[in-house]
Design a protein around this ligand. Sequence first.
Ligand SMILES: C[S@@+](CC[C@H](N)C(=O)[O-])C[C@H]1O[C@@H](n2cnc3c(N)ncnc32)[C@H](O)[C@@H]1O
Length: 359
Amino acid sequence: MYFLELGGEDDAFAAREAESAAADVRPIAPGLALANAVVPERVRGLAYAHRASELLGRTDADLASARALLEAASIDRDRDATVAVRATDVHGSTGVSTECAERELGQVLVDRGFSVDLEDPDYLLRVAFSEGQFERDEDGRGDLLSNAEGGVDESVSVCALGWLAAESVRDFGTRAPTDKPFFQPGSMDPLLARAVANVAGARPGATILDPMCGTGGVLVEAGLVGADVVGTDAQAKMVDGARTNLEHFLERDEPSPTGVSRGSWHVGRGDATRLPFADGAVDGVVFDAPYGRQSKIDTHRLEDLVSGALSEARRIASRAVVVADRSWASEARQAGWNLEAAFERRVHRSLTRYVLALE
Ligand SMILES: C[S@@+](CC[C@H](N)C(=O)[O-])C[C@H]1O[C@@H](n2cnc3c(N)ncnc32)[C@H](O)[C@@H]1O
């Protein structure tokens, strides 16, 4: 069993993304989830989960309980190995001093025969304290659908302890939209782009299509986790710009920072409602529909553009993720998709972002 430290503001969305790297993910407290198994290479490519650790145990979010747990836990690590302890107080919710926790729990490990090496330990013990309101659904699982109805709110207090197994690579700041060789307003930020690419199934051996690729934000992130990527856009300017960005980020010989070979890429001009691909040609489709007045082409009304793109996506893939400033859920159902999950986040007063995961 593993515990995941989630990032971002939406645990349900973070947990859904983490399912691309872990089995049976279930949130247990704000910022924390359990999983039955993890694929370390894929954890490295997650946007909204920071770490996966092999669970030693969990208890209440106070230092005395954490200490008792660690004193009693069976530890299968070699006593010649060096260790260090790193603690976190999720969202500052528990008030536990992480410094005291690191010192006291480190001492427990020393008492149990380990030596401490703070710089370069063989094993790192992660300790995460979290408290808060938490919504459980009717099956007793954490809330995966952020708008699930009938959930039960309860107060939780959790401390999870475990050996670090994998960490995500936090290099998103190097790909801020404004720093890319080609930038246009409305480009998706790399964290969200990585997360939606992962939800759509981006991984080595998979092919991901963004039929409205714009500056190529989603394609870059999908390519960096090893997927082969294909993009189309109605505007020649975007196609040229996406090529420039993809060349810049994906045309390298060395493995990407996540440790995998970068995927191949192809971009061409095309209409998302009439795609030049065979039925079932790709594994996943992701698109970021134009927002309101922004950048739609004149030949379509926005509703027709999104409905047409959803139907084409359904024809060529078995999975899709749509990001937009409105839900488009009924259009998705009409196009033959099942709504697997829906997430909604207020970005600012006049923009709420909707993410639909479709199967
Ligand atoms: C919100 S932007 C996509 C932004 C992109 N995710 C990024 O990171 O840059 C929507 C894109 O849809 C494109 N578009 C509009 N109508 C289209 C159509 N019928 N077919 C293909 N692309 C279209 C626009 O040119 C625009 O680049």
